[in-house]
Design a protein. Structure first.
Length: 239
């Protein structure tokens, strides 16, 4: 097989802890407007709308729409579900809340691990996030990407094959020279079908303490590691 040249990363849940970040940073808003709603429950409700919103794009029911717009639509839906009319809020407050996704915290091992992996490989996100979101997140969190390839680059949302294949093409690489690093078995399975190599990094608390999925490898992925530094060890990256 061709040597691996690029490590491409799922971001939400694999590189950053979206649930804890949203729960914490939404707390002041919730205290003002929805005092009975727990931050973690709010984060979960917002995230539950993520896949259905993208599915309309995947199926061609609507044109490609960047994730910032989908997140905003989903946010307004969650607020309505809890009896709060988004129109009663100022645009600045709604936009600020929506941009919480631009300021997610990395997992404790992410930054150091990425720096090590970068010494031997091209590293870049292969995320459903849009470029501005991923750029702002990287600047705040110190994520040392070589390039940022948001979903606008492929004009496709994972797990559609175009999301993987067009990203490889943008980098001028064959699919087998690329490896997806993800905490989600389904994402890895889709990447493998496109010829990518695969690495699972388990994040057993992504969905909170009661998480029941993606706790372990469900296929014989090329690499399985508990953290980015452990993956760097397996790939022979200097400490």
């Amino acid at each position: 097989m061709a040597p691996i040249q690029a490590l491409l990363f799922d971001v939400f849940g694999t590189v950053v802890d979206w649930r804890s970040s949203i729960a914490r940073d939404a707390a002041p808003f919730l205290a003002r407007h929805l005092p009975g709603l727990d931050g973690a429950a709010f984060a979960d409700a917002w995230r539950r709308r993520y896949q259905p919103a993208m599915e309309a794009v995947r199926k061609g029911a609507r044109p490609f729409t960047k994730l910032d717009i989908l997140h905003r639509e989903n946010l307004e839906g969650v607020l309505r579900d809890h009896g709060l009319d988004p129109a009663s809020l100022g645009e600045a407050e709604l936009d600020g809340l929506n941009r919480l996704w631009h300021r997610l915290d990395p997992w404790p091992d992410s930054v150091a691990g990425l720096h090590r992996l970068k010494t031997r490989f091209i590293i870049a996100p292969l995320s459903n996030g849009n470029i501005a979101l991923l750029l702002n997140m990287a600047k705040r969190a110190g994520l040392p990407w070589d390039t940022i390839l948001g979903a606008e680059a492929s004009q496709a949302y994972k797990p559609n094959p175009e999301a993987y294949l067009r990203t490889a093409d943008i980098l001028g690489l064959a699919p087998e020279a690329c490896m997806l690093v993800a905490a989600h078995n389904g994402d890895l399975a889709a990447a493998r079908r496109c010829g990518f190599r695969t690495a699972l990094i388990a994040r057993p608390t992504e969905y909170g303490p009661e998480q029941v999925k993606d706790l372990a490898a469900e296929q014989d992925w090329d690499f399985v590691a508990p953290s980015f530094p452990a993956l760097a060890d397996q790939l022979g990256c200097p400490a």
